[in-house]
Design a protein around this ligand. Structure first.
Ligand code: PMV
Length: 356
């Protein structure tokens, strides 16, 4: 039986090929430059929202696994929990306006009462796999679906109309910038305040994440966005990223994987150079990161090797994007070379989805 007072959704992480780094507006999370990412599928966050006793519009986070979810309950500190709940309340405050704009009804009873939120991640938190992207997109979809008064209409509108996804992406961006790219897939461009799907002629891709370290990052992405502007290398960053964004869009549209690989490499190196030259400087590299990158550079020079693209997020782990047909080849090659590093294997996906 459907429990009308409970929703369960899941949303994938995404891996940027041209990175969002630096903001032109810190309150609204408006990016300094356009970015473009590949949406994942199984590396994701589940969010469950339930109506609770009490007629006060409030929300509580409970560190328990939602029924029907996979993964681990994240250990959120007070700040993380507060940011998460603040975003849920932002969705509540704007639910009426967003739902009405899409001819969808609201549930007055759920809008005016307490809610309990539970969540799980299928990957290690804050290890450079964008957990804020998956958690905030899942929370946004879950919240708006929860506040809608007619679940079936919401579901069909969400499945059929890009406009609803775009509105969700817009509010999600205010919670976490990169989350706005997790409502669609496999490729999504984010330019200023809009996230839209990008056409691609590439064969379906997989992402192999070489987990060099699963430890929490010492510098969170919010700090990183501020600090990069202090780097001497920041000058020209926006222009460099915009140029790569345009070339990448064309490379996807014409299916030229070697160009995608070139852009991926240039942009992650650019971002990490900003980190390393900012004031104070910082680095996400762990012992092992360079080793993996050097091994991949050597592979590039081998004729027999199947194509691949390398990127890194704000973390120590190395993402290797490969055509799905070459996934096993690469998984075996990397694990033979680095048996000590676990490899998470995921495939391109189509964005956040409603489960219940
Ligand atoms: O959404 P945030 O504030 O966590 O920013 C993350 C930005 C990067 O992951 C480092 C790059 C990107 O475009 O995803």
């Amino acid at each position: 039986m459907v429990d009308s007072n409970r929703v369960l959704v899941r949303a994938p992480s995404n891996i940027a090929i041209v990175k969002y780094m630096g903001k032109r507006d810190f309150t609204k999370n408006l990016p300094a430059n356009s970015s473009l990412s590949m949406t994942l599928s199984e590396l994701c966050t589940y969010v469950e929202i339930r109506q609770a006793e009490g007629q006060t519009p409030s929300s509580t986070f409970v560190a328990e696994k939602p029924d029907g979810s996979k993964g681990e309950v994240p250990t959120l500190n007070d700040r993380g929990r507060e940011k998460f709940l603040r975003h849920f309340e932002r969705c509540r405050a704007r639910a009426r306006e967003i739902l009405f704009a899409h001819d969808l009804a609201v549930s007055e009873s759920r809008l005016g009462s307490a809610a309990v939120i539970r969540t799980t991640n299928t990957f290690p938190l804050e290890a450079g796999i964008a957990s804020s992207a998956s958690s905030f997109s899942a929370l946004t979809l879950g919240a708006l679906y929860y506040f809608s008064g007619d679940r079936d209409s919401f579901k069909s509108r969400y499945a059929e109309k890009r406009e609803l996804r775009r509105s969700l992406a817009q509010i999600s961006r205010e919670g976490s910038g990169s989350s706005c790219r997790s409502f669609e897939g496999p490729f999504v461009a984010w330019t200023l305040d809009e996230a839209t799907r990008v056409e691609s002629l590439l064969p379906p891709l997989s992402d192999l994440v070489v987990v060099v370290s699963g430890e929490r990052k010492s510098v969170g992405s919010s700090d990183a966005h501020r600090r990069v502007e202090t780097s001497p290398h920041w000058k020209g960053r926006v222009e460099r990223a915009e140029m790569r964004f345009r070339v990448l869009t064309l490379a996807l549209g014409s299916g030229v994987f070697s160009k995608v690989a070139e852009i991926a490499e240039a942009d992650f190196q650019d971002m990490h150079q900003l980190f390393e030259t900012s004031e104070p400087s910082f680095s996400y590299f762990a012992s092992g990161t360079d080793e993996v990158l050097e091994f991949l550079t050597k592979c590039c020079n081998q004729d027999s090797v199947l194509p691949f693209a390398v990127t890194m997020d704000a973390g120590p782990n190395v993402h290797i994007l490969v055509p799905q047909a070459a996934e096993e080849f690469w998984r075996e090659k990397i694990s033979a070379q680095f048996p000590r590093f676990p490899i998470l294997v995921d495939r391109q996906g189509t964005g956040a989805e409603i489960l219940l």
